[in-house]
Design a protein around this ligand. Structure first.
Ligand SMILES: *Cc1c(COP(=O)(O)O)cnc(C)c1O
Length: 393
């Protein structure tokens, strides 16, 4: 082993520990459910997962995955463009396009690779990308892979966006990129205003709807929620959060999908999803399309959860979605709250600098369709007890 590399690693890790930025992994020893076993502790109420609809451990998804393994095997055997493109993959893309009311869709291995795939593939050196300052890390990396100029605008600020559009008039093509739902505050991008500016200044719009898919617009996403899905050039969705499995997709025009099929590098050079994944996702779409009770329960629980946290005296920030931050402010107090909650049997994670600004530390909670009223009541009791003990309430 190379000593210089090992020494560098030791010093980097040491520096993370010194700054209290080192995060050991939690170990989940059960399925992702309302109550979980984590780090040896059982019956913990899970408010930390993105499994919004409770589909990750749903019997219909599991059954579909098992049947797909029996019929098609454990792996796809190749990238899509060689001979890994199974009939299941084609069926899933048709289903997503129908569900989203768009012409076509293309599935990537994850939401992350969908961003890394699409952004550099549709922009060149003489283009400009205009991107919200709070966009997800995978958008940032996708933008880094592009040769286009970039402008970062103030979060959800239409004046700042217009300024950026004015400053990039010389670019050949322009692409505005925004998250649909922002993952740290749970607020929603003002898509109608963004589209109006895009039309005025002749820019294309891309929405990363990882946290909007399965949640807003009856599950069809943020664009559908605003009724503007016909006006968004590129919608990115994930199959890893509300859909409960794994994967990402791009939904848009047939021409866009055609081009990505030929040129998007993660699509061309990384193996296709295994059959079990694809079949489970198709089963999830079946449930989402035919049974509105999943999203209804998600929103009912979200309302109940937010109302009662506020009744206890907690500040839940500017959230408009199930992502519910419990604002604490001080980093040390947020970490103390996380530890005390886990002792009381509730898993909700602290989000601190540098993920959010200094002094804006919070506990991020995510109620879901899988939580019963008792789960939420028990969690509220823990939040009350621990909040009073730590002097946060
Ligand atoms: C989670 C997330 C992704 C990544 O999706 P995966 O399918 O987990 O790779 C991309 N964009 C946003 C906004 C996300 O929140």
């Amino acid at each position: 082993m190379n000593g210089t590399l090992q020494d560098w690693l030791t010093s980097q890790i040491g520096s993370l520990h010194q700054q209290n930025l080192y995060k050991p992994l939690l170990v989940l020893e059960s399925a992702s459910d309302a109550r979980i076993t984590v780090n040896g502790k059982s019956n913990v109420i899970n408010l930390a997962s993105n499994n919004y609809l409770g589909l990750a451990n749903h019997p219909k998804l599991k059954q579909a995955a098992i049947e797909a393994v029996e019929r098609y095997g454990a792996g796809a055997g190749a990238v899509r463009t060689i001979i890994g493109n199974m009939s299941l993959h084609a069926e899933l893309e048709k289903r997503i396009a129908e569900f989203k009311h768009v012409e076509a869709s293309l599935v990537f291995q994850s939401g992350f690779t969908a961003n890394a795939g699409v952004i550099p593939t549709i922009t060149d050196g003489d283009d400009a990308i205009i991107t919200d300052e709070l966009n997800h890390a995978s958008i940032i990396d996708g933008v880094r892979l592009s040769k286009a100029a970039r402008k970062i605008y103030k979060h959800n600020d239409l004046n700042a966006l217009e300024e950026a559009l004015k400053e990039t008039q010389n670019a050949k093509k322009r692409l505005i990129i925004t998250d649909g739902v922002f993952s740290m505050d749970g607020d929603i991008a003002p898509l109608p205003g963004i589209i109006a500016l895009a039309e005025q200044y002749n820019a294309a719009v891309m929405v990363d709807d990882a946290h909007g898919s399965g949640v807003l617009g009856g599950g069809r996403g943020t664009a559908y929620h605003f009724g503007v899905h016909q006006k968004i050039d590129i919608q990115l969705g994930t199959l890893s959060k509300a859909v409960g499995v794994m994967g990402g997709y791009i939904a848009g025009s047939s021409r866009l999908i055609d081009w990505l099929t030929q040129r998007a590098r993660p699509f061309l050079f990384s193996t296709a999803h295994p059959p079990a994944v694809v079949a489970a996702v198709i089963a999830a779409l079946d449930l989402m399309e035919h049974d509105p009770s999943f999203t209804e329960r998600l929103w009912e629980n979200t309302r109940y959860w937010k109302e009662n946290l506020q009744r206890l005296g907690y500040d839940t920030g500017i959230s408009e979605t199930p992502i519910t931050p419990v604002m604490v402010g001080d980093e040390g107090q947020a970490l103390a709250l996380q530890r005390a909650l886990l002792e009381e049997g509730v898993l909700a994670l602290a989000i601190v600098f540098p993920t959010v600004a200094r002094g804006k530390a919070r506990i991020r909670t995510m109620p879901s369709a899988m939580h019963s009223r008792k789960d939420l009541d028990d969690a509220l009791e823990a939040f009350e007890k621990v909040g009073k003990r730590l002097g946060i309430l």
